[in-house]
Design a protein around this ligand. Sequence first.
Ligand SMILES: [Zn+2]
Length: 285
Amino acid sequence: MANAFIKPLEKAAQAGRLPHLLIFHGGSGVERTKTALRLAQVLNCTAGAGDRPCQECVACRKVLSGNHPDVSVLKSAKASIGIEAILHWQEKIYRKHYEGMYKVFSLEEAERLTLPAANALLKVAEEPPERTVIILSAQNIEGILPTLRSRSQAIYFPPPSYEVWLTHLETLSSNALPEEAFRLSGGSAELAEKILGLGVSPVQTWVENYWAALEQRDFSQLFPLFPVEKVEALVFLEVLAVKLRNEDPKTHAVALLKIGKAIENIEHNATPRLALEVLAVQLFR
Ligand SMILES: [Zn+2]
């Protein structure tokens, strides 16, 4: 489980030099959460410096079983993560440490933070309590408020292998096309599930047609692609972002930023049609 990209983080944790706010993005949600918990173990383990996490001390075992009072993983069942959830969390963040050396808060699917909730978190990031680490876990870093991003250290998780990914998909029906969904989702189990919900072929067709119309600078080809629902639009844009990131994240850096902005706008209830039109005009240039 100790992947290469987390080693420097663990070292910083051992030395007490970890940033207060981290963003884990990419990869799979399962892996990001596991990594957050491992980091919480490193920070609270009572073994000697070279042996953390030992997986045997009381602190290590409590983190693993979800019973450590200073470590919490927040997963919202709602479509968006609102201000109430963050205020409730904030109260825990500023509370005294119970027993641990470090408090660790991990927020899953942080793209779903509403604007007021993200701003509340920003205040916490500006006045971080001591020995506290907040981890925002998200598939797409573009979906997180830029001001929050600029105050954090972002850690990118590469997509999992197809074999690892399959183990995350136990709940899916057998007649699905997981390999195709894996490719389209860039290895995100959450996105793949949404793709399968809409159907692999319609998603693929929409994304290819939208991109082709942009490349050919042909607005007439775009019109039939605009009438989409919120959920569809979000999945289409996420898949488009994966496609561009796979081609070359550097060439498409600006486009990826604009797509992230469009996702953010639709999540904050902009009309999908309008957001897709605005994005098309921006990407024509
Ligand atoms: Zn330990």
